[in-house]
Ligand binder design. Structure first.
Ligand SMILES: *Cc1c(COP(=O)(O)O)cnc(C)c1O
Length: 369
């Protein structure tokens, strides 16, 4: 008789926390029997996918008998042109999530250290843990501002990677260019991963997505995604830009056909869809203001955001309020997973969705008071 308990997964997997996705609309509808449910939980584009991407997908369906282009050459070319780098400085992946895993697989040995600002995107910890590396969390300063000196001080001989998510998920804060300059100059032999998933929403004058450091030859990789502003989270495409030698190492651990045909075609069209990008930026900027105004009126503390979501402090009874929002058909993300039980993160929706959320929140907050 075989004994399944003898089939042991690697020890390091014990450290992995399962990813908590935003609840899908259909699930909440079904569980709670609601007619209208709005999802402001995964920082998706509320205007929908780039129309150019949709058209491109529709036109390519009859060729799905063929394998994808393993090199994603058209997409890489389009990315390289946009960012003024060479195609060899670009890698495309099945979402930026896959890239985080690939970077981890390419660069981390058991016992290496990975510096991760806290709270930030959970996939950095995941990548470290699957490789048996150690996560070294570094706290933010007051107001979730980056503490560049603390990050530099955290570097040891074992440090292999530093993650800088800017604008940071879930806080919406960013690292000012002067601080990134300082970090890049201070750190020699450590790979700096700049996760710029939200860079299109960052309108501060001193924001940078870090591509300039790559052009100057620093050991930096900038991560980008098509899931946020381009609105094609469902097909899964992300990419990285880095010096060629770094890209070469990551390519070694990549599966040949990691980005499927529809994803390549959609992304190549979306990156040229300037109008969709512009409308999405405008909608987001106005939506952030709409949310700030409502939070001000309700006396709620929030963090100024450079992204398409806002972290707001809803009080000691945070979990209850989060659940009541859900019961009324508004899905947001509860802050407990980031150690912020008094907060929720709300994605910026359309004007009408934001208003729906504001109305429900207002009703709940007034009832509580
Ligand atoms: C959404 C997100 C990504 C990328 O997501 P994919 O859908 O896998 O491309 C990467 N980093 C951060 C911080 C994100 O919030």
């Amino acid at each position: 008789m075989t004994n399944l308990t003898n089939i042991k997964a690697r020890k390091t997997l014990d450290k992995i926390q399962p990813y908590t996705p935003g609840k899908p609309i259909w699930e909440v509808q079904r569980e709670l029997g609601l007619d209208r449910v709005i999802k402001l939980a995964s920082n998706e584009n509320p205007l929908g996918p780039s129309p150019k991407a949709v058209a491109a997908i529709q036109n390519s369906l009859t060729e799905l008998n063929r394998y994808p282009d393993a090199d994603a050459s058209a997409l890489k070319e389009a990315i390289a042109t946009k960012f003024q780098v060479t195609p060899k400085q670009v890698i495309t992946t099945n979402g930026a999530d896959e890239l985080i895993t690939l970077i981890s697989e390419a660069f981390l040995e058991v016992g290496d250290e990975v510096i991760v600002p806290s709270p930030s995107f959970s996939e950095y910890d995941f990548g470290a843990h699957i490789m048996g590396a150690t996560v070294v969390p570094v706290a933010f300063k007051e107001g979730f501002e980056y503490d560049v000196n603390a990050l530099i001080s955290a570097v040891t001989e074992k440090t292999k990677i530093i993650y800088i998510c800017t604008p940071n998920n879930p806080t919406g804060t960013y690292m000012a260019k002067a601080d990134l300059d300082k970090l890049v100059e201070a750190i020699g032999d450590v790979l700096i991963v700049i996760d710029a998933a939200y860079d299109h929403f960052a309108d501060a004058a001193d924001y940078t997505n870090g591509v300039q450091y790559i052009q100057a030859g620093y050991p930096v990789i900038t991560l980008e995604t098509f899931s946020k502003i381009y609105g094609i989270a469902g097909v899964r495409v992300g990419f990285g830009i880095a010096p060629e030698s770094i890209i070469q190492s990551i390519l070694k651990v990549k599966e040949p056909f990691n980005v499927n045909t529809l994803a390549q075609i959609a992304a190549t069209a979306a990156i040229e869809d300037a109008e969709h990008v512009k409308t999405s930026q405008q909608t987001n900027k106005a939506g952030r203001q709409q949310l700030y105004k409502a939070f001000d009126e309700l006396g709620l503390t929030y963090i100024q955001s450079m992204a398409n979501f806002v972290l707001v402090q809803i009080g000691e009874d945070g979990e209850n309020l989060y659940k009541q929002l859900m019961a009324k058909g508004v899905i947001v993300r509860y802050g407990k997973i980031w150690g912020l039980p008094e907060y929720v993160r709300v994605s910026v929706g359309t004007e009408e969705e934001n208003q729906f959320f504001i109305n429900v929140l207002t009703e709940l907050v007034i009832k509580q008071a």
